[in-house]
Write a protein that binds this ligand. Structure first.
Ligand SMILES: Cc1cc2nc3c(=O)[nH]c(=O)nc-3n(C[C@H](O)[C@H](O)[C@H](O)COP(=O)(O)OP(=O)(O)OC[C@H]3O[C@@H](n4cnc5c(N)ncnc54)[C@H](O)[C@@H]3O)c2cc1C
Length: 292
């Protein structure tokens, strides 16, 4: 266990101050809620380093809907996301996922920016963000830039983010009329559990129950969260019958590469993925009246 008594913490109140310090002080690491980073520092998973505490940069904590885009500041906590009327209206899958992040204590401290940058393949916000085609606003000394969530991850914990940059905002264009979706998660217990497998399914259905658009994402089954094009191909253009739902669920195994670890074997994860995608498709089919 590493002792952190000699770690220096720089506290800032504005984004400008944060960016200035990140550019001028070498080796600073951003800390937001600290729910990932403190554990990683104490256990030595992350080498001991001085910290830039951004938790009081209030200009990065908000949920807004402007110009047809849902904008979530990086410091917004999962409790704030879960409670937000705007998130529930425009990105209900994300509200569903937010409610499963740890305990209420973790939901109160853990931020969406921290969840994204920590880059765990099991992070609960990510499957919803993948199917919602979310975009990240990244700010740094060279200005701001925008990156699609799936392009942000280059491999296991490899990010399109420089040491002097911050994730500032998550942007979601609501998918619009006719889209229905859900988040799913399997943990080893009912609460406060990291996912063995998680995921999200978002479908656009015609009034006759034909799938016009399908987006399926899975977490904890590959080095990064993945979409399942094989499953999506089975769904698009088909009626959401039980047979199609099974074929689509079984197709996810083509797009995942799970490993054995403390939470479950690769074989168990494959089986969970198929079953949860089927159950989520079935849930959508029932809610929309496609199956009785
Ligand atoms: C008991 C427990 C249960 C948990 N359960 C879950 C769970 O069920 N689901 C889940 O997904 N996670 C879970 N977590 C993990 C964690 O709570 C989340 O990932 C949380 O969202 C991290 O946010 P944070 O603000 O605490 O990040 P921090 O720990 O402050 O930071 C995490 C990483 O992100 C970087 N960072 C933070 N904000 C920014 C930013 N704006 N720009 C650039 N870099 C940034 C930091 O430098 C660090 O590398 C759990 C953790 C604990 C301790």
């Amino acid at each position: 266990m590493q002792h952190l008594a000699d770690v220096e913490v720089y506290s800032v109140r504005t984004l400008r101050e944060a960016l200035e310090l990140l550019s001028s002080v070498k080796g600073l690491r951003v800390i937001a809620g600290g729910t990932d980073l403190i554990v990683q520092l104490k256990t030595g998973v992350v080498p001991k380093t001085n910290l830039l505490d951004v938790s009081r940069v209030d200009e990065l904590r908000y949920v807004r809907f402007e110009d047809g885009i849902l904008r979530i500041g990086a410091l917004t906590t999962f409790m704030e996301i879960y409670r937000s009327e705007l998130v529930r209206r425009h990105a209900p899958l994300l509200a569903e996922a937010a409610f499963t992040v740890g305990s209420f204590q973790i939901m109160n401290k853990g931020t969406i920016g921290g969840n994204i940058v920590n880059a765990s393949p099991a992070a609960d916000s990510l499957p919803p963000l993948y199917v919602l085609n979310a975009e990240l606003k990244i700010v740094g000394p060279r200005g701001e830039r925008f990156v699609r969530i799936q392009d942000f991850y280059k491999g296991y914990k490899k990010l399109d983010l420089m040491a002097d940059e911050l994730v500032a905002e998550v942007r979601i264009r609501p998918p619009g009329e006719g889209y229905v979706g859900h988040f799913f998660k399997h943990g080893l217990r009912r609460g406060d559990a990291i996912a063995v497998v998680n995921g999200a399914v978002l479908l656009m259905l015609s009034p006759e129950g034909i799938v016009r658009d399908a987006r399926v994402a899975l977490g904890a089954v590959a080095p990064t969260v993945v979409r399942s094009p094989s499953s999506e191909r089975v769904l698009v253009g088909s009626r959401l019958s039980p047979e199609v739902m099974w074929r689509a669920a079984e197709a996810v195994v083509n797009d995942i590469s799970p490993i054995d670890d403390v939470r479950g074997s690769a074989a168990y994860r494959r089986e969970l993925s198929v079953n949860y995608v089927f159950m989520t498709l079935y849930r959508i089919a029932r809610e929309t009246g496609v199956v009785a």
